[in-house]
Design a protein around this ligand. Structure first.
Ligand SMILES: Cc1cc2nc3c(=O)[nH]c(=O)nc-3n(C[C@H](O)[C@H](O)[C@H](O)COP(=O)(O)OP(=O)(O)OC[C@H]3O[C@@H](n4cnc5c(N)ncnc54)[C@H](O)[C@@H]3O)c2cc1C
Length: 399
């Protein structure tokens, strides 16, 4: 669908729309509702390959790496059309398509970049950064990698690593020099998760699913060829990995929130209050819904401003912290309103093994699920620090 010849954005949109209309699997959400995690992983990997066949999996990668070379404007169109068709996004592959790919493209050797081929056929990557005592203060990480000839011997543990139990490869941050200031003794290694000594334990979440895991590393041998960039330069390289905040995700969230307003109206009309009245007639509900709808529109405007900056300057500024703060807390307010409308029955919604969105229709599960957004990719307290220091120019907080 994506071709080398230049086309107008309207033609591009028409082609994308046609493809998503023809290829979106019908009834996929219902089919996954009670699916096992294995079945869901297979479904999403097949879907990733299908997207690739249409040119919609790695459209954001440069052509020299096998990508579609799409402009930011074209990427936005693809996200909008994907949301419009209610097509699945390539779940489980956020780290593969964004973080791992960006790191390999910018810092990888020719041999390491061959791993990009696996991503195009649905390989899942995970990110082994956080540790029990190194989350917000990531540079305090302790996992140790000691060089012995042609390999590193790695010992330590990681936590909260999304989809590590399904991953073939891991971006692993390790301490290679404990004698220097903490930011200067860290290296980034590529870990084949099938290596002996790697043990992955999924962590069960309140929603029932196990999205992330602990990783235990005992005398794991990683070939020196799998060092990304220079030894002890891992902190800087990790900034490339972490800055791969994808505008695509925000567009998807925005579309999800817009859909949720409609779902809240339907749910409120179905909720009887007695005397022929429904929740939709209740003044306090109506006011809250109006406030949420206004907030979604405000998020839309903030997103537009951020995207025009991205188109003009090619990167996101610290204002993306404002958006992260805003959407993550709005998601919680929105789903909490859903819980109020759905009432007592939603408190017993069955837990599920598979999370694929925050708009599953089971309001309580969706509400619990939204709490990941205020912690992952830098907690909201950290975002407030960034806004204070880099946007408002306030003095740095004590470190
Ligand atoms: C859904 C999800 C997926 C994740 N996926 C991954 C992954 O794939 N790979 C990975 O490596 N990690 C992952 N993480 C981990 C995530 O990066 C960390 O949870 C996050 O950085 C916070 O670290 P922490 O949990 O250790 O909390 P801590 O850093 O211990 O923070 C605890 C509390 O203290 C606050 N706090 C900490 N420092 C400050 C400060 N300087 N000023 C003000 N308040 C502060 C925090 O905001 C938080 O409320 C994931 C987390 C979630 C929720």
């Amino acid at each position: 669908v994506i071709t080398q010849e230049p086309v107008t954005l309207d033609t591009f949109r028409a082609r994308a729309r046609e493809w998503f209309e023809a290829n979106t699997p019908q009834g996929w959400e219902e089919a996954l509702e009670h699916a096992s995690e294995e079945a869901a992983v297979t479904f999403f990997q097949d879907w990733a390959r299908k997207l690739h066949s249409g040119g919609f999996l790695v459209h954001h990668w440069p052509r020299e790496f096998g990508g579609g070379g799409c402009t930011v404007a074209e990427q936005i169109v693809i996200q909008q059309e994907l949301a419009r068709a209610n097509a699945p996004r390539p779940r489980y592959m956020t780290i593969s398509l964004g973080h791992a790919a960006a790191t390999l493209m910018e810092h990888g050797t020719a041999e390491q970049r061959e791993l990009l081929n696996g991503i195009m056929t649905g390989e899942i990557w995970c990110q082994g950064f956080s540790e029990p005592n190194a989350g917000s203060d990531l540079a305090s990480l302790q996992t140790r990698a000691v060089r012995h000839g042609d390999h590193y011997l790695v010992n330590g543990s990681k936590v909260w690593s999304s989809h590590a139990h399904r991953a073939g490869w891991c971006l692993l941050l390790c301490r290679t020099d404990p004698s220097v200031p903490k930011h200067h003794g860290i290296s980034l290694l590529l870990l084949d998760m099938r290596t002996p000594g790697v043990e992955v334990r999924p962590i069960r979440q309140p929603s029932g699913s196990s999205e992330f895991c602990e990783i235990f590393l005992t005398d794991v041998r990683i070939p020196v060829d799998m060092l990304v960039g220079q030894e002890n330069a891992g902190w800087k390289i990790a900034q490339t990995t972490l800055s791969t905040e994808r505008a695509a995700q925000i567009i998807e969230l925005l579309e999800g929130l817009r859909t949720t307003i409609g779902r809240l109206v339907v749910a409120a009309r179905e909720t009887q209050l007695g005397g022929g009245r429904t929740m939709a007639d209740d003044d306090s509900f109506r006011q809250e819904l109006a406030a949420r709808a206004a907030e979604v529109e405000a998020l839309g405007l903030l997103t537009e401003r951020m995207l025009s900056g991205l188109i003009a300057y090619g990167k996101l500024g610290p204002e993306s912290s404002v958006i992260k703060l805003y959407y993550s807390e709005l998601l919680q307010r929105m789903m909490s309103l859903g819980v109020r409308v759905a009432g007592l029955p939603t408190h017993t919604d069955p837990l599920r093994q598979v999370d694929w969105s925050f708009t599953t229709g089971a309001w309580m599960i969706d509400y619990i699920h939204t709490w990941i957004w205020t912690i992952s990719a830098g907690s909201n307290e950290i975002q407030r620090n960034i806004i204070g220091e880099r946007v408002l120019g306030l003095p740095r907080g004590p470190r």
